[in-house]
Design a binder for this molecule. Structure first.
Ligand code: ADE
Length: 226
């Protein structure tokens, strides 16, 4: 998979892809992430990329031309399955969206900054708008990293134990059951006996019951969605 990320602050996003699991995914050639600085596509001599909004109001707007040039150049080089604008106005990211995006070849993520982007960029190029939650960040960069992480970890071969993504919270609309490792007693707190029993059916039943209990307590809305 290839992800092209367009931003005014590409440096803000480098370290997540140069560390740990995502780094290994890049090294193994399972994912490629390319950054593009909008300023490199500015057309006037001041390398201007934002301007005041028509109609007035606070904040600056990212200009249509540099973004159009950048996206058009990428589109002339390969087919993109989705061109995604990171914005609080978008569809809220969830596991279903991450699963679906993890099956495609090429993605563009466009990070907004300032007050946002000229509507005509959306009209011309954007095929999907994604929010990472009902709060506003200073720009789309951190949201783009969250989205990329949620997708790349699902690519076959990225996680060591291929099962581990399948048993994540949310994969079956349930939160995770509690997990433990050694020692079996710590400060008087014991690991549930069933987990030490070696009875795999009993362990699986316990894990399922606990996942239902925790989901009922914390996120009953996940059942209502089903
Ligand atoms: N840009 C600013 N806030 C955002 C959010 N919550 N999700 C995605 N992109 C954003």
């Amino acid at each position: 998979m290839r992800i092209d990320i367009i931003s005014v602050l590409p440096d803000l996003m480098r370290s997540p892809f140069e560390t740990s699991i995502l780094k290994r995914a890049m090294e193994k050639g399972l994912a490629e992430v390319h950054f593009h600085n909008v300023r490199d596509f500015a057309t006037n001599k001041h390398r201007q990329i934002d301007d005041a909004p028509y109609g007035g109001g606070a904040g600056m707007v990212m200009m249509v031309e540099p973004l159009d040039l950048c996206i058009s150049k990428l589109k002339s080089e390969r087919h993109y399955d989705e061109i995604i604008y990171m914005t609080p106005d978008g569809e809220t990211l969830n596991q279903r969206i991450a699963n679906k995006l993890s099956t495609v070849e090429n993605l563009i993520f466009l990070c907004g900054h300032y007050k946002g982007i000229d509507q005509r960029v959306r009209d011309l190029h954007i095929t999907k708008e994604i929010s990472i939650g009902d709060y506003v960040l200073t720009g789309g960069e951190l949201a783009a990293c969250v989205l990329a992480d949620s997708i790349i970890r699902l690519l076959p071969g990225v996680l060591n134990d291929e099962q581990s993504a399948l048993t994540d919270s949310f994969q079956d609309d349930l939160l995770s059951y509690p997990i433990y490792t050694r020692p079996d007693v710590y400060k008087g707190l014991e690991v549930p006996k069933v987990l030490l029993s070696g009875n795999f059916q009993a362990i699986e039943d316990w894990q399922h019951d606990e996942a239902i209990r925790i989901t009922t307590e914390r996120r009953p809305d996940l059942f209502e969605k089903k």
